[in-house]
Design a protein. Structure first.
Lengths: 565, 355
């Protein structure tokens, strides 16, 4: 079947190839210690606005035989949250509550705000459908839906660093290796196969990373443009063909033109006047008493996801925004998709001429959350894109990086250069005056983790309590390493929460380490505790361990021994 | 106990302390503190105050809940730490701490001869064999301005004029990447790409600035480098040899930018600190016309090609990300005729073969 697909692909002789890569990631946010938690809404909003709509669109494209091919990273923390029963049940409550509000809005707008009535009905219809899909078809677990799409040949799901750890800023070989090993194990748990590719967190690459990837059977990674353009030797086809590292692991790098066209805050499609305005939300517009049943316990206003205005104009103040008209926005999404394909065809001809006949590959990675959350019409854009690409032209063919590797097209051997896709192309966003205080703590935990695991390996690390502690220490270290915390501190968004999360995981790591070092009966020599028959905890220590396990329950399958030398 | 070692890498006279361990601690090989008495070590940088926990009635909070609800960073145990990290090709971050009082160790080793010594951080450029020193405390952090495409190691140790450097700790080694295309084309005929063709490849990838530079530099990187030094020497009125070691791609970019009318201030942070310092000294004499004249003496450049044209997009994208878009400050008005053979275009034999 797959060979037929490849033959079909090349029989059509397109001018060039196009690879859409979606990076779906959220940091692991789960707070069972509170009945509700503001930051958990990140996941709930993304499910409603991004993951469910994308799944529906990909499924429909597949059913329509539109042959979409998309590479999609679903990061391990996101997989773990999507598969978590507590978060699934909380999302159900969230969705039901939102649907209730949307239905209330249908009645209110019919009576007192007719200009928004059609949009209110649209939300109510969409949310009703989402709830049906969530409870019915997908049984509250979207991992099943993504896995099905992969099995149907629509998606090529790739993995990511275990907790989106920024590899170049991780200090030990063992801790870097663990980010890859744990990610691959988690992928296998959720998708029942070996991942072919990986999204390196923030596309952060430094020479040597490919050795870790090869060790765990990864065939390719995604990098930023200059990883290849500044690589050595000079890439014959620039960024419009992958290169392969000397050890055989390939990299596919980001095309700038498509990135700007869709994503740039200055010139990107989502800024069109007719598209939905993100920042004007009924959570801020309507009377607080009316909204109260749908807010968190604290009663604070927040974005609720029901938005009735369009962008109207770049410089139009929020109070002058005009009503959103879904039909106009849909029309524009179709127009943008057509324009995008037109530009790709022009680009492909130009590249092919430059490359003297060699077919170019345009690799376009985006945050998945752009499509639906930030750009409400984004999923529609993707829908139109693949339909038009399949039926309205033959110059451009969609393929995934895996398809390219299977195609047999020759690939140049090159050493890519250190890079990331962040501001200025290197590591500034994650290492600067505002967040450099984090690294001595993170690195200290990385060093200690290996020390403890070495000691456990030398002794009887399989003693139940020692194992429990070491597994949880690994989870805390991994969670502290999430690049999200340093990023948000730099961005100035949720600084308090991000700082606190980092501190929490370091503190928990340290509390657990103390259990090993100061257990009862005492073991001499600190880390030697891990090599003994297993530690014996006091009732208080056991309660603490159990509570930490309960809260930070990511990676049930974790094998701490990966940290040993 | 401490001992002396010759620093073979730098070739200069260096004493080295081995702090109770058989080998020197690099950042990847931290040393256990188990046998050492814990010394009070402050946080390397001041960390933010822990945030207040969510409002939970005090009577509902178990001791475990309370403990976890008020996260605070543990005290970092006294360790020998020396970690060098790259922020960008031109900036490194270094943090360190010394487990035992380094002055006491120095006293033990050198006795009365220690009075002239100062604790310093020494950043060694391993490729250019140069170094810089800064007075420091036994723990802290430092930001260094460095050159792209080089190799660095930071060392903590004691410095005294006319005395050997006494190294206490050293860091991991960092390789700063190139921030321009490689000068090397593939060895295999199938993948060779001559400079003019590669300039086109860069151009269609959106890296206009690099495309222009590759086009004017041609296929012989060494000859282009020499020509760049000569041009810069002409501009500065000094011998070209004075600038040996400076990055030629950056020098060329700086001269092109000046010739296009860019101000010195516009070049800040776009070229390395060393080159910027040289340019600052030249500021008065480096007029637009002078820069163009100097360049044209070595390269085939037309004045009309040099029009600074800001086309740079910010990193902000729709959503929560900041994504890199390449600098697109063009140094020309219209696409350069890549097909013409410029007067400075020394061709390597493989390039000729590829044509």
């Amino acid at each position: 079947m797959f060979i037929l697909f490849i033959l079909f692909l090349f029989a059509r002789m397109p001018v060039g190839y196009f690879s859409l890569i979606l990076h779906a990631h959220l940091p692991f946010v789960r707070h069972p210690e509170y009945p509700e938690f503001l930051e958990e809404d990140w996941l709930y909003e993304a499910i409603t606005e991004v993951y469910l709509p994308l799944i529906v669109i990909f499924q429909r494209l597949h059913e329509a035989d539109a042959a979409p091919r998309v590479a999609m990273n679903i990061s391990p923390p996101l997989c773990e949250m999507l598969a978590d029963p507590l978060l699934q049940s909380r999302y159900t409550r969230h969705l039901e509550n939102l649907l209730e509000l949307a239905e209330k809005e249908v009645h209110r707008t019919a009576a007192e705000a007719r200009e928004f009535h059609a949009v209110a009905r649209m939300y109510a219809d969409n949310l009703r459908e989402s709830l049906e899909l969530w409870n019915g078809r997908y049984k509250r677990n979207l991992i099943n839906a993504f896995r099905e799409l992969q099995d149907e040949g629509v998606l090529e799901i790739i993995t990511c660093c275990a907790t989106h750890g920024f590899l170049p800023l991780i200090s030990t070989h063992e801790a870097r290796r663990a980010q890859i090993a744990i990610a691959v194990a988690n992928y296998r748990k959720h998708f029942h196969r070996q991942p072919r590719g990986i999204w390196l967190a923030e596309c952060a690459y430094e020479p040597g990373v490919e050795e870790l990837l090869k060790e765990f059977g990864i065939e390719y990674f995604i990098s930023d443009t200059h990883a290849i353009l500044y690589g050595d030797p000079r890439p014959k086809y620039g960024v419009h063909a992958p290169v392969v590292c000397p050890n055989g692991v390939a990299t596919f790098a980001r095309d700038i033109e498509t990135s700007q066209q869709v994503w740039s805050a200055e010139i990107g499609y989502p800024g069109n006047d007719v598209y939905r305005e993100f920042y004007r939300d009924i959570g801020w517009d309507l009377p607080i008493d009316y909204l109260k049943p749908h807010l968190h316990e604290d009663g604070n206003r927040r974005h609720l996801g029901l938005k009735y205005h369009r962008i109207t104009g770049r410089n139009v103040p929020q109070n002058r925004k005009e009503p959103y008209i879904p039909a106009l926005a849909t029309e524009k999404a179709a127009e943008n998709a057509m324009h995008f394909i037109g530009e790709r065809i022009k680009q492909a001809y130009k590249l092919r001429e430059t490359f003297e006949g060699h077919p170019p590959l345009v690799v376009s990675p985006y945050d998945a959350e752009l499509f639906g959350h930030w750009w409400y019409e984004g999923p529609q854009f993707i829908d139109f894109l693949f339909r038009k690409m399949h039926w309205d032209q033959s110059e451009i063919a969609a393929m995934t990086p895996g398809d390219f590797l299977d195609s047999g097209l020759p690939i140049q051997v090159q050493r890519p250069t250190a890079s990331s896709w962040g501001e200025n192309g290197y590591y500034k966003v994650w290492l600067n005056e505002g967040n450099s205080w984090m690294y001595p703590y993170q690195h200290d935990a990385e060093r200690r983790m290996t020390q403890y695991c070495d000691a456990a390996k030398a002794g009887r690390g399989d003693a139940e309590m020692t194992t429990r502690i070491l597994k949880q220490m690994a989870r805390e270290l991994l969670l502290a390493q999430s690049s999200d915390w340093a990023f948000q501190i730099y961005q100035g968004t949720t600084v308090e929460y991000s700082s606190r999360r980092f501190q929490s995981h370091i503190q928990r790591f340290d509390l657990l380490a103390q259990m090993l070092e100061h257990s009862s009966p005492p073991y001499e020599g600190g880390v030697a505790a891990a090599s003994a028959d297993g530690v014996v905890l006091s009732p208080e220590q056991l309660e603490l361990l159990t509570e930490i396990e309960h809260r930070d329950n990511i990676f049930a399958e974790i094998d701490f021994r990966i940290y040993a030398r | 106990m401490s001992e002396e070692k010759k620093d073979l890498e730098s070739g200069e006279e260096t004493l080295e302390f081995v702090l109770d361990e058989p080998g020197l601690p690099g950042s990847g090989e931290f040393v256990s503190a188990a046998a050492e008495e814990v010394k009070e070590v402050a946080v390397v940088e001041e960390s933010p105050e822990p945030a207040e926990p969510e409002e939970i009635a005090a009577e509902e909070m178990s001791p475990v809940f309370k403990l976890l609800a008020r996260p605070s960073l543990p005290r970092l145990e006294s360790e020998n730490r020396a970690r060098l990290q790259m922020q960008s090709p031109n900036r490194l971050h270094f943090y360190w701490s010394v487990r035992t009082n380094p002055f006491q160790t120095l006293n033990k080793a050198l006795g009365a001869a220690t009075s002239n010594y100062t604790l310093v951080v020494r950043l060694v450029d391993l490729r250019r064999e140069s170094e810089e020193l800064h007075r420091i405390d036994p723990e802290g952090n430092w930001w260094f301005s460095v050159d792209a495409d080089s190799q660095y190691r930071a060392e903590v140790g004691f410095y005294a004029p006319n005395r050997p450097f006494v190294r206490v700790l050293y860091s991991n080694t960092i390789e700063t990447p190139r921030k321009s295309p490689s000068r090397r084309t593939a060895a295999e005929a199938e993948w060779r790409v001559p400079a003019q063709k590669f300039a086109q490849v860069l151009d269609v990838a959106g890296f206009k600035q690099d495309a222009f530079d590759v086009a004017i530099a041609g296929d012989d990187a060494d000859a282009a480098g020499d020509a760049t030094y000569r041009a810069f020497g002409r501009l500065s009125g000094k011998p070209a040899s004075e600038f040996a070691g400076l990055d030629t791609e950056e020098l060329r970019y700086a001269m092109l930018a000046l010739a296009a009318g860019a101000t010195l201030e516009q070049l800040r942070f776009r070229v390395g600190e060393r080159i910027f310092a040289v340019l600052e000294r030249l500021a008065a004499s480096a007029s637009k016309g002078d820069a163009l004249k100097a360049l044209r003496s070595e390269f085939d450049i037309e004045e009309e090609e040099l029009h600074a044209e800001e086309e740079e997009f910010g990193p902000a994208v729709f959503g929560a990300s900041l994504v890199n878009f390449p600098k697109r400050t063009r140094l020309r008005k219209r696409p350069r005729g890549f097909d013409r053979v410029s007067k400075f275009e020394p061709m390597a034999s493989h390039s000729l073969a590829a044509r």
